[in-house]
Design a protein around this ligand. Structure first.
Ligand code: CAO
Length: 437
């Protein structure tokens, strides 16, 4: 008979109130005992929490960004009756210690290798984020895994000279040396771009330095920006919208905005104009599916807005922009960016976007090349508007021009479509009649 069991965060040593940075399973997944469920990360290290049972995942009770401690419910798993009760994870504390020792020398880490095949696996220091399979099967300490990952070497292909075939740092170095000396293309290297790793530089040789650890927001943003930059073929289309009339209209609404206690900036109009344009260009409001063979077209209009916070960039999502008026949107934008700056955003605030806007208009600059916020396929950059001489009806007239930078995923969007999109967008922004959007 099937039985539903709860999986709680086990004893994770001194780790408390740590952030979930990855959820590795989904509801409905059939999992084996010891399959990793989530990755958690403290300021010092990350680790994976394994399932103590085999079974089928029912509810996932945590999401990325949520903070957990020992005892927090992670998931419910439906197991068969035959599945033995989980043994307490007696080695968790050691595992946590190993995780904090991520940069320790291999020998020191090896001494604490505690797990036997009969025991549930303790939370594991996270292996490579993108090359996890290699790190999972080879025996190596976290520091050696990290070292191999940085060099793009697949641990599975390296013969370990340590106890029980454990791969040591020296083994990785020898492997890389051999690969380079063979003069052959670096086929054994897993780095698909086949770029030689940069030589480490000791900057203190050249002057005084200070080490500033990156906070979690920056680290998580860095990962997704890096993923998007490396996996999406980007092209950026530039354009300018004449917003002279729009600006006059915006100013005419200031008294009403003050009455409602909202700040009506150009960005609110851009959000509405983008949605109006997306309706005509549905492939910009889409994501590629996992196979890469199908485009998932979204019939809703949830727009991500990049917010600059003291802790780094975050992109909360404003939902159903098509159904909201300008003042409501302005109020929501102010509210969500305030929460972003106070680190009060939830995972729900950060998910579900169709298309993102990054506005640097309040700061400056003439144009930039924003990175697509994958799995979305396009992002609009907005720069500072400027009064410019524009040739109209045989003479130069001063017009307020808003620079637009549309980056898009060229696998999904053709250059001609992108040019049509920005042309439509500038048309919507330029014609004050569109303000009754
Ligand atoms: N041109 C000229 N001025 C502009 C403008 C534009 N395109 N857009 C806004 N402004 C003005 C506003 O009117 C406001 O003027 P006042 O102070 O005189 O009222 C001022 O600039 C500041 O605006 P704001 O930043 O408070 O408001 P916003 O609605 O334009 O933007 C938000 C809100 C949250 C998006 C913004 O504060 C922010 O964080 N921007 C940075 C986003 C970012 O970092 N992007 C880069 C990510 S990497 O791709």
């Amino acid at each position: 008979m099937a039985v539903e069991k709860e999986i709680l965060v086990p004893d994770i040593g001194d780790f408390e109130d740590v952030e979930v940075i990855e959820v590795l399973v989904s509801a409905g997944d059939a999992i084996e005992r010891e399959d990793s469920l989530v990755t958690i990360e403290s300021d010092k290290a990350s680790m994976e929490i394994p399932s103590p049972f085999s079974g089928v995942v029912g509810e996932i009770a945590v999401s990325v960004g949520q903070r957990v401690s020992e005892g927090t419910l992670l998931a419910r798993i439906t197991t068969s009756d035959a599945e033995p009760d989980a043994k307490p994870i007696a080695v968790a504390r050691e595992a946590a210690a190993r995780a904090t020792a991520v940069d320790a020398e291999p020998a020191a880490v090896e001494a604490s290798e505690p797990t036997t095949s009969d025991e549930p696996r303790a939370p594991q220091p996270a292996p490579a984020l993108h090359a996890a399979s290699a790190a999972r099967t080879a025996h190596a300490s976290p520091s050696v895994r990290r070292f191999a990952r940085e060099l793009g070497a697949n641990l599975d292909r390296i013969q370990g000279s340590g106890r029980k075939g454990r791969v040591l740092k020296q083994d990785v170095q020898d492997y890389i040396k051999r690969a380079l000396h063979q003069g052959s293309p670096p086929a054994p290297l897993e780095n698909v771009l086949q770029i030689a790793p940069a030589r480490p530089v000791d900057f203190s040789e050249f002057g005084e330095i200070e080490i500033a650890p990156l906070n979690n927001i920056r680290k998580i943003a860095a990962r997704s920006l890096h993923r998007s930059w490396a996996t999406i073929p980007h092209v950026t289309q530039f354009d300018e919208a004449d917003i002279t009339e729009l600006e006059a209209y915006r100013k005419s609404q200031q008294i009403e905005a003050e009455k409602r206690n909202v700040k009506l900036t150009a960005l609110t109009f851009v959000m509405k104009a983008v949605v109006s344009t997306l309706k005509e260009f549905p492939q910009f409001c889409a994501s590629l599916d996992e196979s890469g063979d199908n485009l998932i077209l979204k019939r809703y209009f949830h727009i991500g807005v990049a917010v600059d916070t003291p802790n780094g960039l975050v992109v909360p999502v404003v939902r159903d922009v098509d159904r909201k008026g300008l003042f409501d949107l302005a109020a929501e934008l102010a509210e969500v960016s305030e929460r972003a700056r106070n680190r009060k955003l939830t995972q729900a605030d950060l998910s579900g976007g169709c298309f993102s806007i990054s506005s640097l208009g309040g700061i400056g600059g003439t144009a930039f090349t924003p990175i697509v916020n994958g799995p979305e396929v396009a992002i609009l950059g907005v720069s500072r508007h400027l009064m410019k001489p524009v040739h109209l009806d045989g003479q130069f007239v001063p017009r307020l021009m808003l620079p637009l930078s549309l980056s898009y995923d060229h696998r999904v969007i053709d250059g001609a479509a992108a040019a049509r999109f920005t042309t439509k967008l500038r048309g919507v922004l330029s014609d004050v009649r569109n303000l009754a959007l």
